[in-house]
Design a protein around this ligand. Structure first.
Ligand code: ZN
Length: 179
């Protein structure tokens, strides 16, 4: 199917958001990171099992929640898995963004050795001269959270469908920019 046509369809489709995803985002936003991690780990395994496109994002959020819960040993494997899946799928732009963010977050937690290991791995898998995100393109300002599933909407976690509409990476719902 033509890419633009597919995007038109995606913009008009209301997504069925699984309650577990809404709960995961909700408890994460409340700071219940251990519980959020369990839910995102479950979401990630299910998504990976069916080759779902959102598995990497779920793994990364699971790992992030473990770090924030002070459970780095449990979080590192999820962070690595999320990044590995992006690499396997050839999503290098996303890998670059998510990888840098992961390294930054590990350093913030004082996990310098783990950060260095991931940084070195990134350097080995990212192709030279990956296309730079066109940051000069004017994009709208999104709500801070997805209205459908409650996920935080980071620039690295959305795909823009047009200048005013992005797709939530967590639930696939179209999100309009703020008026
Ligand atoms: Zn969403």
């Amino acid at each position: 199917m033509h890419r633009l046509f597919r995007r038109q369809i995606r913009k008009s489709l209301a997504q069925n958001v699984p309650p577990i995803l809404q709960e995961a985002n909700f408890v994460f936003s409340k700071g219940e990171y251990g519980r959020a991690a369990e839910l995102f780990e479950q979401l990630a395994r299910t998504a990976e099992g069916r080759g779902g496109p959102r598995a990497p994002l779920f793994y990364l959020q699971a790992g992030r929640a473990r770090l924030l819960a002070g459970q780095a040993a449990l979080g590192i494997p999820s962070l690595q898995r999320g990044l590995e899946l992006l690499a396997q799928r050839g999503q290098f732009q996303r890998l670059n963004q998510a990888g840098k963010r992961t390294v930054r977050e590990l350093v913030e937690q004082g996990l310098n050795a783990e950060a260095s290991a991931i940084e070195a791995w990134l350097g080995s898998v990212l192709p030279a001269g990956i296309p730079i995100e066109m940051s000069s393109v004017e994009r709208g300002v999104l709500p801070t959270h997805c209205p459908a599933c409650g996920a935080p909407l980071r620039p690295s976690d959305v795909e823009w469908l047009d200048e005013r509409t992005a797709e939530c990476g967590y639930c696939g719902s179209p999100v309009r920019e703020n008026p």
